[in-house]
Design a protein around this ligand. Structure first.
Ligand code: HEC
Ligand SMILES: [Cu+2]
Length: 488
């Protein structure tokens, strides 16, 4: 009896298992099919509202094409979809993803794709190896939620990645992230041209620089200009922001930071765990992070790699503009600018010992010293002898731009440049610049007059009449100083 019922139960369970297998296989085939929305940076496809799996068809096309890596600097990028990074792919955990890779017939090289969201050898690389003028396809199941890099894995892999062949695929978890006002797509990458940063014209790839891990450019979204000026990311005060950040590498690790913001939440390494109240998050090469923050007051916030020479000398800078009112309770702007004498007894004793440097800092000691002010406030960009840096910082030495304004009737524009900074395309001594000078804060009218007197009479500059504190004060009143405020 007992034996018979056991066999019966076994037989029944076996039937059940077979039935389950059959229906799951059937379910796989009968999944609803949908075409993925793939977006160019800095855009992100809309959240997926489905609550059940689908078969998602993703189409990517490899395009080798010239583009601008910095102002006046052309580079031949190898891309997924014509942009660096390549198109953003969004699927949902449990989805079956059918990936189609086309290699444009005008391309010169074979390419493929390795998606870190794939479970399976090579992440799809071998299955998608595609010659120019061919298409290939493979299918995978998105088993793990998270934000993943994809990249080309055709030899020499480092070179394909260094030329811009990477992007992000976001596998949305079953419980979607809370809604925000804006989602942005930003990927850092390091580039290796045979000439140094800023040298104009078409630049060739340098394998030696890449091997030495010595990039000439480190940029967000494929160009030093991708998200500055008119191209800046746009939002409003009060908006909640989510940035899907990736690092294509191939070599550098990014210390991702937004100047003027604190990340309320970071899904570090693109996974499910969060950390709160983060200033800078580390993004490995071939890795990612999701950062979220609220724009509490207006202004321009700078996305940077806090390895700052990359930001100010190699292009790793993007802007996020928050339109709206300044919220004074959160950030006041500059409230005070007055002389600080410190302990006058100590100061005067020290002045006797070291007359010049202290004299430059304390008004009590007479006129400020323009040379010291220049060294402390301008030389880090315009360089010690005012010679500038090709393509990045314009010269002040023998600079037609500076001297034309220094010899004009109304010279308030120079006061404006110092107090409010400068952006936009300018030509100095026949060379074009299109960079960002941040406002120089903390200078009094007397200091500004002194530094302008120094730069307009040094390094061979001649012909300007002296600047006075009164003239600077009038200039400041005329331009309406915003120095120190959140909006440059
Ligand atoms: C953070 C780097 C930085 C600092 C600090 C800086 N500048 Fe500039 N400056 C720039 C950049 C970049 C430009 C070009 C902006 C553009 O492309 O529109 C510029 C442009 C200028 C120009 C107009 C172009 C020219 O060459 O004549 C003047 C004048 C100038 N700066 C003066 C100064 C003075 C004086 C100081 C110090 C009080 C100073 N800058 C500090 C980066 C800087
Ligand atoms: Cu490739």
């Amino acid at each position: 009896m007992q034996h018979r019922s056991l066999t019966k139960i076994l037989a029944r369970s076996l039937a059940l298992v077979i039935w389950m297998l059959a229906t799951t296989a059937g379910a796989e085939e009968s999944l609803p099919v949908e075409k993925a929305i793939v977006t160019a940076p800095p855009n992100v496809p809309p959240p997926i509202t489905r609550t059940t799996p689908a078969r998602v068809v993703v189409e990517l096309e490899v395009i080798e094409k010239p583009g601008m890596i910095a102002d006046g600097v052309e580079y031949t990028f190898w891309t997924f979809g014509g942009t660096v990074p390549g198109g953003f792919i969004r699927v949902r955990v449990g989805d079956t993803v059918e990936l189609h890779l086309a290699n444009h017939p005008d391309n010169k090289l074979p390419h493929n794709i390795d998606l870190h969201a794939v479970t399976g050898p090579g992440g799809g690389a071998a299955s998608t190896f595609t010659a120019p003028g061919h298409k290939s396809r493979f299918t995978f199941k998105a088993l793990n939620p998270g934000l993943y890099i994809y990249h080309c894995a055709t030899a020499p892999v480092g070179m394909h990645v260094a030329n811009g062949m990477y992007g992000l695929i976001y596998v949305q978890s079953e419980k979607p992230l809370p809604p925000v006002d804006h989602e942005f797509y930003v990927v850092q990458g390091d580039f290796y041209t045979d000439q140094p940063f800023g040298v104009k014209g078409h630049q060739a790839f340098s394998m030696q620089r890449a091997i030495d891990e010595h990039p000439s450019y480190v940029v967000f979204n494929g160009s030093a200009l991708s998200m500055v000026g008119d191209q800046a990311l746009q939002a409003k005060v009060g908006d909640r922001i989510r940035i899907f950040v990736g690092n294509g590498g191939p070599n550098l690790v990014s210390s991702f930071h937004v100047i003027g913001e604190i990340f309320d939440t970071v899904y570090f390494e693109g996974g499910q765990k969060t950390q709160n109240d983060v200033q800078t998050t580390l993004i490995p090469a071939g890795g990612s992070a999701i950062v979220e923050f609220k724009l509490d007051t207006n202004g321009t916030y700078l996305l940077v790699d806090h390895s700052l020479l990359r930001t100010f000398n190699k292009g790793a800078l993007a802007m996020l503009k928050a339109e709206g009112e300044q919220v004074a309770a959160i950030y006041s702007g500059k409230e005070l600018d007055e002389m600080y004498l410190g302990d006058e007894a100590v100061a005067s004793a020290l002045r006797k010992k070291h007359p010049t440097p202290l004299a430059a800092k304390t008004a009590g000691a007479g006129a400020p010293d323009g040379r010291t002010l220049f060294a402390n406030n301008c030389a880090m960009c315009h360089q010690a002898e005012g010679q500038g840096l090709e393509g990045v910082f314009p010269p002040l030495a023998k600079a037609d731009y500076l001297m034309a304004r220094a010899t004009a009737d109304d010279r308030s524009e120079l006061v404006d440049i110092i107090l409010n900074g400068k952006t936009g395309r300018i030509t100095v001594n026949g060379n074009d610049y299109n960079a960002v000078m941040t406002p120089v804060s903390g200078l009094s009218d007397a200091d500004i007059a002194a530094v302008l007197n120094f730069v307009t009479t040094s390094w061979g500059n001649t012909g300007a009449r002296p600047f006075t504190t009164e003239e600077v004060a009038q200039g400041r009143a005329k331009i309406g100083s915003k120095a120190g405020a959140a909006t440059p």
